[in-house]
Design a protein around this ligand. Structure first.
Ligand code: ZN
Length: 434
């Protein structure tokens, strides 16, 4: 199946599901993702303390509507799950329009859009609707208001993760958030792309290990970091937070908090193959990089985006749908990420077994044996290999990584890694990860 077909299937299957901070919609979404990647799910009980936070009761919703006295439904959860403020407590009453009005959220500047609103930590309820729908209410009338939901103190919040073991235990993180209901760019695009990237990685023999984390935004990541604090602190080199990566607009990069680390430079190199991309500054807002970058962890994560959050009009509304996010757009971002991961995975640090002077490569079959003919050959690959061997003998001091050598020499990571492997096979070099 092509990338586009696989992306389309996942987007179509996952889009209609009502997800939130917790609840059956999230579990159902994990079940769908498990068909692609071996996600393990973890339940964090409601009431659990995670750092400064407490996991709230589990929220589930079956139906919700506002109807007039004739029984006509003016707003219905079943037509769009954004109509209900996420985590709304149950309601079943008749109200005047005046009583109801403060509970109705609209976007006057975007009259055809239903806004997305949540109330996870304050018991509340409300409806979200378009300005056009609001216009259908008669201020003189009463309305029947029903939210058939429950908040269960014996419930839990579900987290999902998977690990692909590479040659080394040091890990690259791929993190995305699953708590948004029916919106495509924020953040179904991130969920789908992270799963497809992890699926691509897990079928390869990699140097680094890869950790896929798909959890609710903010509190889910906080609970995940709390659960795996030791492991993450000791193993994770850095990684990416996948958010808003499938829109029709330009590609973008939000760098890590380090801003100019090798992870950032590699992302810029990967993005440079596309015509049009924007660089955003690192700021401590946005998505789950806020938790990863906190002083206790300081895990550098970047985001490669396509229509980054806050920059498009459809953001956090019902217009962020599957007309806005198309599989071909997601594939553009996939290709950039693929190049990035290839570079990241190749970035090892080699150390020479003997650091004094050059090795005698000729006797090991690594160097052209005929002296004097140096650079008088039309064999480009041979020239590249000889160059790479020189740079590796010069650079492999046990501290310098291949990316530094690649930048300095102009040689690709692939050529450097291939020649480093040849030298390693002769016992001349030894690799370690970052
Ligand atoms: Zn969002």
């Amino acid at each position: 199946m092509s990338f586009e077909e696989r992306a389309r299937l996942l987007l179509n299957e996952l889009f209609p599901i009502c997800r939130s901070l917790s609840g059956e919609g999230n579990r159902k979404s994990y079940q769908i993702l498990k068909q692609l990647v071996p996600l393990e799910t973890i339940e964090v009980p409601s009431g659990s303390k995670v750092y400064d936070w407490t996991v709230p009761d589990e929220w589930n919703i079956r139906d919700a509507y506002i109807a007039n006295t004739k029984g006509d439904r003016l707003v219905s959860f079943k037509s769009c799950n954004l109509h209900v403020v996420s985590y709304s407590e149950p309601v079943d009453r008749v109200m005047t329009f005046e009583e109801l009005r403060p509970r109705l959220h609209t976007l006057p500047d975007n009259p055809n859009a239903i806004p997305y609103r949540t109330s996870y930590f304050k018991r509340d309820w409300g409806f979200c609707l378009t300005e056009r729908q609001l216009g259908l209410f008669d201020p003189q009338l009463e309305y029947k208001v029903v939210i058939d939901s429950d908040l269960n103190p014996k419930g839990s919040m579900t987290l999902g993760h998977a690990i692909h073991r590479g040659k080394f235990d040091r890990e690259i993180l791929i993190s995305s958030y699953i708590c948004h209901p029916s919106m495509a760019n924020d953040n179904l695009s991130g969920v789908v792309l992270s799963a497809l990237l992890f699926d691509w990685l897990r079928k390869r023999e990699t140097n680094y290990s890869y950790r896929l984390v798909i959890v609710p935004e903010t509190l889910g990541v906080i609970a995940y970091l709390n659960r795996f604090e030791k492991e993450l602190k000791s193993n994770v080199v850095g990684g990416t937070v996948l958010s808003t990566c499938g829109g029709p607009g330009p590609l973008g990069l939000k760098p890590t908090f380090l801003e100019n680390s090798w992870l950032d430079e590699m992302a810029k190199a990967a993005l440079s193959t596309s015509k049009n991309w924007r660089e955003f500054p690192f700021v401590p807002d946005g998505s789950d990089e806020r938790q990863y970058a906190s002083p206790g962890f300081r895990i550098p994560t970047l985001s490669i985006t396509k229509d980054k959050y806050y920059t498009y009009n459809e953001y956090h509304t019902s217009l962020d749908d599957l007309n806005f996010v198309k599989p071909a757009q997601l594939q553009e971002t996939f290709e950039v990420y693929r190049q990035w991961f290839e570079k990241v995975d190749a970035n090892l640090i080699f150390e020479r077994s003997e650091k004094h002077c050059e090795f005698q490569l000729g006797k090991r079959g690594l160097y052209p044996q005929t002296g004097g003919a140096f650079r008088q050959t039309s064999d480009n690959q041979q020239i590249l290999n000889v160059d790479a061997l020189s740079w590796l003998m010069f650079g492999c001091d046990g501290e310098t990584d291949l990316w530094s050598l690649s930048k300095r020499s102009g040689l690709s990571m692939e050529v450097l890694l291939g020649n480093a492997r040849s030298m390693e096979n002769e016992g001349l070099l030894k690799a370690r990860p970052h």
